[in-house]
Design a protein around this ligand. Structure first.
Ligand code: FES
Length: 323
């Protein structure tokens, strides 16, 4: 059994339909206490009714301490979690969650921030807009979705005190204004940071527009919902040795390092199991990893002294881990 980060129980105070396929949940402490503080861009792990563990971004303002708000898209290709949230979780129910974690935080040293949300990617971006507005910071928000009916928080954003900073881009609406990425990215600005959250193709399009225009990588921030697509056809086996116990395990081509370690009762904290949340990051003492995550930065991956055992593998025959 995977060891998880779930440490809190919250109650569903309100469940609303935020868009055609998006349910919004307001989560509170069952005894009315304050919840742990968070910053915009943070997410929580949620144990869904069918025992899946899923990550959802907090979309409410980080100054609010009495509630967490998450929005869940009913995904046709759901691995189960989103369907269970839609169909089984009701107002009054209790959910096990983790404390908030943030690896998509706003850099408040920037003079200006440009926020891009694609579809359900609005959730962390909305929290960022709230936080930037509260700090009276300069920002603009570009929200792209197929139609208004498929987009959560449209009415909220139109009535928000920062509504004049929000541009909607509805791609399947007549006269819907598309984002002109080429002209937005054309002139790199040293004090502006870019934040992108949406489906893979959306994130890639925004990032490549800014990267190809010469914007420095440290000013570009993105969050993916799914792990990278990797060709696993030539995966082989390799050995993992645990430095503290001296135990060794063979990792077969069809199992992850995390799977093998957890099957053998080794304590390893996991959450997304697809290389996006960073929960499982483990120090490497010897050997060269084959990084397959979207969590570590390019520099961190190049250092080869840590990896994500939920999805990454080994280029060397053996990895020695600090476990
Ligand atoms: Fe999320 Fe490994 S469990 S990166």
């Amino acid at each position: 059994m995977s060891k998880t980060s779930l440490s809190m129980i919250v109650q569903v105070k309100q469940k609303t339909q935020a868009a055609a396929d998006i349910a919004c949940f307001e989560l509170v402490d069952p005894h009315g206490r304050e919840l742990p503080a968070f910053t915009a861009g943070a997410h929580i792990d949620v144990q869904t009714a069918d025992e899946h563990l899923r990550q959802y971004s907090l979309s409410n303002a980080s100054r609010e301490r009495q509630r967490y708000q998450i929005a869940v898209l009913r995904e046709p290709q759901s691995r189960g979690g989103s369907l269970a949230m839609h169909e089984q979780v009701q107002e009054g129910d209790y959910l096990r969650i983790s404390a908030p974690r943030n690896h998509f935080a706003v850099d408040h040293a920037a003079q200006r921030s440009v926020l891009f949300a694609g579809g359900i990617g609005i959730t962390p971006i909305l929290a960022m807009a709230e936080e930037l507005h509260a700090k009276r910071a300069e920002f603009e928000l570009h929200y792209s979705a197929s139609t208004p009916d498929n987009a959560a928080f449209v009415d909220y954003l139109k009535a928000a005190p920062f509504a004049d900073r929000v541009a909607f881009h509805f791609t399947q609406v007549t006269d819907g204004q598309r984002i002109d990425l080429a002209s937005m990215a054309a002139r790199p600005e040293t004090a502006t940071h870019i934040y992108v959250c949406g489906p893979e193709a959306f994130n890639d399009a925004v990032m490549s527009a800014y990267e190809s225009a010469g914007w420095p990588k440290q000013q570009l921030h993105t969050e993916y919902f799914v792990g990278a697509t990797v060709d696993t056809s030539s995966d082989g086996s390799f050995e993992v040795q645990l430095a503290r116990s001296g135990l060794s395990f063979q990792i077969p081509p069809d199992k992850s390092v995390a799977d093998v370690l957890i099957d053998n009762d080794i304590d390893l904290l996991t959450s997304c199991e697809q290389g996006i949340c960073g929960t499982c990051v483990t120090k490497i003492l010897e050997g060269t990893p084959d990084h397959r995550d979207r969590y570590l930065t390019d520099g961190e991956q190049a250092a080869n002294d840590q990896f994500t055992p939920c999805c990454s593998r080994a280029k060397s025959k053996r990895l020695v881990l600090d476990l």
